[in-house]
Design a protein around this ligand. Structure first.
Ligand SMILES: [Mg+2]
Length: 455
């Protein structure tokens, strides 16, 4: 029904009758029942008012001068704008009324004259209710058609996304045992990529149960992690290394809880992973190069500075003793002059190896401090412990028996060593530890070389 201006109006009724008494009676009567009434004395006026007033229902007299009721009804029904307006014919008992014709031309009901008020109102109400229901039904059908179109469209879109995705996309539903524990998962949906990833024919997965033992073959933690997704709602986002039919790949798996199961995306990240590993290896190599002495392969001066500072702060914080040994090859310039630089380099390599072998604990650190100078940092080691290490180094170098014809203290290569130790105090600097070891080394040289002096 159309209620353009006033919601309290029950409906707009156009009454068409050449008998003014009838016209006025019906108009007043229907008005008193809450209808808005429009009057027309003949078909021509009725046509104009239909166009301008858009009635919800028409009460139409049959016998009228000019165009009669049947003809008017027929012309009205030809016009699609008006064809839905229900028309109730009105006929007097003494008039010849053709019911069949009335329904054929589009009438929906008829009211005999003289009018019974209740009957008129009942028939009007009935037709308006039917019209109202028809409108509602039409709207509902249109709404459902629209929803179906959207669903159809989104199903198509979803299928196209799933089919063209380079990632595996699937959804699984948990299958529980009698105790309520998740025993397996049933595949609800899986795109072709998932089947391809596990070397299965397309569309072979939907409806299949995936058992714990099958998932364990890929990764023995994965099943429990997927159970946790369903039980706790926590998202799983992790990289896994799978060996499927002798093909090894890295996969990024993201599983999100979805009702009584989970939705999962599986992305092959092998290429990225290979680059990452290569980058890590390269970084590791570069780092090693940056902290190693290229000749002797032990720590270089930069690594020594960094490590000593770090251990100094640790010792200060934890009030621990820290020791340092500085060692210098005796008469090394003469060795180089006599045997040549290549022999000199080989000699340094062997000394470095011997010192490295003499220093046993993982926290101890050996570095090439300068040309023919070496340093050993000994965390949590007192002066007595440091002297023992220095003695071991000293004797190992002796045991190498590297000939040194130019040495005035021994026919073989020897070392002079300075040892210092301290528990760093808040105001101290690690340079103090170096200065004391250096001073002791100087003393060892002064006292005749090939010896250990404590600073
Ligand atoms: Mg008449």
């Amino acid at each position: 029904m159309i209620y353009p201006n006033d919601n309290s109006i029950l409906g707009r009724i156009l009454i068409v009758d050449d008998c003014l008494d009838n016209l006025n009676f019906l108009a007043e009567m229907l008005k008193s029942y809450g209808y808005l009434t429009i009057k027309a004395e003949n078909a021509e006026i009725a046509r104009i008012k239909t166009e301008s007033e858009h009635p919800d229902l028409i009460l139409l007299d049959i016998v009228m001068p000019g165009m009669d009721g049947y003809e008017f009804c027929k012309t009205l029904k030809y016009n699609p704008n008006n064809s839905d307006i229900p028309i109730i014919f009105m006929s007097a008992l003494d008039e010849l009324f053709d019911k069949i014709k009335a329904f054929k031309v589009g009438g929906v009901d008829y009211i005999p004259k003289p009018f019974q008020v209740e009957e008129v109102v009942a028939r009007v109400e009935n037709q308006l209710a039917l019209k109202h229901q028809k409108i509602q039904l039409t709207q509902e059908i249109e709404r459902r058609q629209h929803v179906e179109e959207i669903l159809c469209e989104s199903r198509g879109l979803l299928a196209s996304v799933l089919n063209s995705s380079p990632d595996g996309i699937a959804a699984f539903k948990a299958v529980r045992d009698q105790t309520g524990k998740i025993a397996s998962f049933r595949c609800v949906v899986a795109n072709p990529r998932v089947a391809q990833l596990i070397s299965q024919p397309p569309n072979s997965l939907v409806g299949q149960r995936v058992l714990k033992s099958m998932i364990d073959q890929l990764d023995n933690t994965l099943f429990e992690q997927l159970v946790r997704v369903v039980e706790t709602g926590e998202t799983l986002n992790q990289e896994f290394y799978f060996d499927i039919h002798h093909t090894q790949h890295w996969y990024q798996i993201t599983a999100v809880k979805n009702g009584e199961g989970f939705a999962v995306t599986i992305r092959d990240v092998s290429e990225r992973k290979e680059w990452e590993m290569l980058l890590n290896q390269t970084s590791q190599n570069l780092y090693q190069q940056a902290i190693s002495d290229s000749l002797t392969n032990i720590g270089n001066r930069r690594a020594f500075d960094h490590y000593l500072e770090q251990e100094w702060h640790r010792a200060k914080r934890e009030k621990l003793v820290l020791s340092l040994i500085l060692a210098d090859v005796d008469y090394f310039k003469d060795y180089n002059d006599h045997y040549g630089h290549q022999a000199g380099d080989e000699c340094l390599r062997q000394i470095a190896q011997a010192i490295h072998d003499a220093v046993k604990r993982p926290g101890d650190f050996v570095a090439r401090y300068g040309g023919e100078e070496f340093a050993v940092i000994l965390p949590n080691t007192d002066i007595e412990g440091a002297k023992l290490v220095a003695e071991l180094i000293h004797s190992q170098i002796h045991q190498l028996q590297l000939s040194h014809a130019q040495s005035t203290v021994c026919p073989y290569i020897t070392l002079s060593l300075g040892v210092s130790a301290c528990v760093p105090q808040p105001e101290d600097s690690f340079k103090m530890l170096i200065a004391r070891a250096d001073g002791a080394l100087y003393q060892a040289k002064e006292q005749g070389r090939d010896r250990i002096v404590e600073g």
